[in-house]
Design a protein around this ligand. Structure first.
Ligand code: FAD
Ligand code: NAP
Length: 343
């Protein structure tokens, strides 16, 4: 185990923001993880688990031991007629897992293809896309308590999953390192086709009776067209969460804006696409210095030529203020911000 001091995180976040970690370590085994946590405790340093850095805004230097897990195992725990139980290590690349499970005839994850990042980060915001969220498949999340080094096995219920939310953003925020996730997938194809953009893509591709492989391909194709590649235009995906409002507020908004798109939630509230709100305030395609709003997707902020997260957060604040003024809705940033006081 090698502890690197004052290590640059520039190549470790998809927004390509410059930030130095006080220390950084890559671990590939449980004993190495234990040593790393012991070291941080002895140094009095906080621990920041980092995956692919696709959902973080580094707005300054990080005064912590940044911990990167390299273990990328997929273990079959139980293989039955209808279903298969898997244990996947935190360091496994998410999209590679989607591809790998399909290759084995393990179905369910196809709608979540091409989401950047690691398996260990997937439960943090309960990743979701095209009508599916991770929690549908989670059985157990394995983690280590950063303060004590104790191991935890959290059931799905204990994970408190919600829309882009979990206990890891709440009570357990900054408390644990997720080391593995147990998933239950299906041995029988049962594609989830409810999401309109996915249906349209399958129709355009003239796919009748879509199979999981077709869904995977359609998701990969539509995402590749619609979303900027962070390797070319550095970004963190959706910069704001879609706000969810109560019915009376939605009705008032609809009277003022009859074209307002809304999607009913299980709890009776309505989800409003943040991209629509931002588009309406005229921000799509706008630039401010080295940062801007992608011309093809109003929810994606792009770092064109900035090294500092501060410029990006100023732009985010301006956008949120416009939306607040026009619609009375407070937008919330989706990625986790590090390196500034209110992070
Ligand atoms: P990181 O950015 O490295 O970390 C994110 C947070 O999780 C940090 O707070 C970090 O400390 C914590 N964390 C990471 N690993 C661990 C661990 N092992 N234990 C404890 N805490 C940990 N998200 C979606 O939900 N749906 C999408 O469709 C989607 N599309 C995207 C498209 C693009 C182009 C991009 C850039 C991002 C997209 N995202 C999407 C966001 C992002 O891909 C996910 O949130 C992903 O799960 C982040 O994984 P990561 O490994 O990069 O996490
Ligand atoms: P889109 O299809 O243009 O839709 C815009 C928004 O409307 C989405 O955010 C989606 O909410 C919502 N929506 C559309 N149809 C819906 C339906 N039938 N029921 C409920 N909600 C509906 O979205 P997009 O930007 O191209 O993204 C496609 C998918 O990938 C979405 O699921 C999106 O969440 C996901 N994605 C996420 C990120 C991220 O960083 N979090 C980045 C890129 C893409 P939902 O977001 O709740 O689905």
């Amino acid at each position: 185990m090698q502890i690197l001091r004052a290590e640059s995180l520039l190549a470790r976040n998809t927004l390509r923001l410059q930030s130095n970690a006080r220390a950084l370590v890559e671990v590939s085994s449980a004993p190495e993880l234990a040593d790393a946590l012991d070291w941080a405790r002895a140094e009095g340093l906080a621990v920041l688990p980092l995956g692919a850095g696709s959902n973080v805004v580094l707005a300054g230097d990080v005064d912590a031991l940044v911990l990167v897990q390299r273990d990328g195992e997929m273990q079959v725990l139980d293989d039955a007629v209808n279903r298969v139980d898997l244990r996947v290590s935190a360091g496994h690349d998410w999209h590679a897992l989607v591809r790998r499970t399909l290759d084995h005839g393990f179905y369910g994850l196809e709608n979540l293809a091409l989401i950047p990042g690691t398996v260990g980060a997937a439960p943090i915001q309960n990743i979701g896309a095209y009508g599916i969220e991770l929690d549908r498949f989670v059985r157990t999340v394995h983690a280590w308590d950063i303060a004590t080094g104790e191991t935890l096995a959290l059931s799905k219920d204990e994970c408190g999953f919600g829309y882009r939310d979990s206990v890891f953003k709440g009570d357990l925020r900054d408390q644990v390192v997720i080391t593995a996730v147990d998933l239950r997938l299906s041995r029988q194809a049962s594609p989830e086709l409810s999401y309109p953009a996915l249906q349209q893509e399958l129709e355009q591709q003239r796919v009748n009776d879509p199979q999981p492989e077709d869904v995977y391909r359609a998701v990969v194709d539509v995402r590749s067209r619609r979303l900027p590649d962070p390797a070319v235009e550095p970004n963190a995906g959706s910069f704001f969460k879609n706000p969810v409002v109560a019915l009376p507020q939605a009705e008032i908004l609809r009277r003022a804006h009859p074209e307002l798109p809304t999607y009913p939630q299980a709890d009776g509230r309505l989800k409003i696409p943040a991209a629509w709100l931002i588009d309406q305030t005229g921000w799509k395609g706008q630039r401010r210095g080295g940062v801007g709003v992608h011309p093809g997707h109003a929810l994606v902020l792009v770092n064109y030529a900035s090294e500092s997260g501060a410029e990006l957060l100023e732009l985010a604040d301006e956008i949120a203020a416009s939306v607040q003024q026009r619609f009375g809705i407070a937008l919330e940033i989706e990625p986790r911000v590090y390196g500034r006081r209110d992070a």
